[in-house]
Design a protein around this ligand. Structure first.
Ligand SMILES: O=C(O)CCC(=O)C(=O)O
Length: 418
């Protein structure tokens, strides 16, 4: 069917849209247009052709068509080709915008492509982001010269009695999570990984550039201020007022530095920020502990927000080394064996989340949870927390906080399902 339209024969000067800034690999282009044609996306293909010749309206129309396809049903039912088509349209729009000098809009559109687009044109998106970021860098240096240096350090004094009033009842009254200063990989595997038991690892990431750099708002704005990121707004992902937004990293930083009500808490949560913004990736390293079990890293996610963000009680299928880079967080952990007493949601989408709201605990509705043993801690800046698979965890930030989770899956047979 694709050949009927002869997309291979159609001239498609992708570069014309944004000379040297946005280049779409010819093989990728041909492959993608054939697939879109097979999906019946004839209007997309003709708009993309006009867009490649520099027509902004056609480029925006192609982006709109792909966007509609991305929102035509549940995310996991979206035809993957349309995600790649969305990435292509973003590249075309960005090329035209950049040629016209609108670098901010070009960058915003490329980020939309990275966040919502498929994998086929990821490399092209990354290359274009790199080029446009360099072009807008001089602008940002100028801005940061004008602004006063501003840190994310927490000026408020640290008072444990005040903190206990905010935390769920019984916090810090049960057993504490064990703490080890930089155990050897062997000791970690023997004492924690194989026993499937949490541990705090201190003094291991002291050399990470992120520990100092990520407190510097000017640094963060200079490398990523104009980049678009997805954020969560509201009390937490289980509450009815919760929503997701796409804003620039600068807007996000401004929001978390202003005092806003808990209903407007803005949390950059569980986002693969380091795939998107490579400069931030260079400030951290994968801890050796993540190679326990001979497995593979699944994802690196950023968790960045103001004091008061809450991730409700839930569990994940992966091993997790959770690095607390800026600020501190309270973490409570229940073992897998407590699952039935934590009332998991029955809805399949939420079955790894508990119905128990630890911040408004109701013993009448959830009597089995009331006296359940747990372990907990205040995870301090510069510490790693190992969370084994299936361990339930509740996390609350006690300050402005920037954490990174390293999820991995063990592959060797003896480690499976550990
Ligand atoms: O830091 C948070 O808010 C939650 C982190 C978490 O749930 C995770 O890393 O699995």
């Amino acid at each position: 069917m694709g050949d009927e339209l002869g997309t291979d024969d159609v001239p498609f000067p992708a570069q014309a849209a944004g000379p040297l800034l946005v280049i779409i690999d010819e093989n990728h282009r041909g492959l993608l247009l054939r697939r879109i044609t097979e999906e019946g996306g004839f209007a997309f293909v003709s708009s993309a052709e006009l867009a490649a010749a520099g027509d902004l309206r056609s480029a925006e129309a192609a982006r709109e068509m792909a966007w509609e396809q991305l929102h035509s049903g549940p995310w996991d039912e979206v035809v993957p080709t349309w995600r790649d088509a969305y990435a292509m349209a973003c590249l075309l729009v960005a090329g035209i915008r950049a040629s016209a000098g609108d670098l901010k809009e070009a960058l915003r559109v490329l980020d939309m492509g990275l966040i919502m687009g498929g994998p086929l044109l990821r490399r092209e998106l990354e290359v274009a982001v790199g080029k446009i970021s360099v072009m807008s860098a001089s602008n940002q240096v100028e801005c940061s010269r004008r602004s006063s240096r501003c840190g994310l350090e927490n000026c408020r004094s640290w008072n444990i009695d005040e903190v206990l009033q905010i935390l769920p009842s019984r916090s810090l009254a049960c057993k504490a999570v064990e703490k080890q200063p930089s155990p050897s990989l062997e000791a970690f595997i023997r004492d924690y990984f194989l026993r499937s038991y949490p541990v705090i690892i201190s003094n291991y990431i002291d050399h990470w550039p992120a520990l100092t750099k990520w407190k510097d708002v000017d640094y963060l704005k200079s490398i990523a201020g104009d980049r678009t990121v997805p954020v969560e707004v509201g009390k937490n992902y289980l509450s009815s007022d919760w929503k997701q937004e796409l804003i620039t990293f600068s807007q996000f930083l401004d929001r978390i530095q202003t005092n806003i009500s808990s209903a407007d808490l803005t949390y950059l949560a569980q986002h693969p920020l380091f795939d998107q913004i490579k400069e931030l990736r260079n400030d951290i390293m994968i801890p050796d502990y993540c190679y326990a079990g001979g497995g593979e890293i699944q994802s690196l996610n950023a968790w960045f927000g103001p004091p008061g963000t809450v991730t409700p009680l839930h569990h994940d299928p992966h091993h997790n080394i959770f690095a607390q880079v800026v600020g501190r967080k309270y973490v409570r952990l229940y073992p897998e064996s407590a699952s039935q007493d934590l009332y998991p949601h029955t809805d399949s989408m939420l079955k790894n989340s508990s119905q128990v709201d630890l911040d408004n605990f109701d013993a009448k509705d959830f009597p089995r949870t009331a006296d359940l043993d747990f372990i907990d801690c205040i995870l301090e800046e510069g510490e790693l927390l190992y969370i084994p698979p299936k361990w339930w965890h509740y996390v609350r930030s006690l300050s402005t906080s920037f954490s990174v989770s390293f999820w991995w899956r063990a592959s060797d047979l003896p480690f499976e399902n550990v």
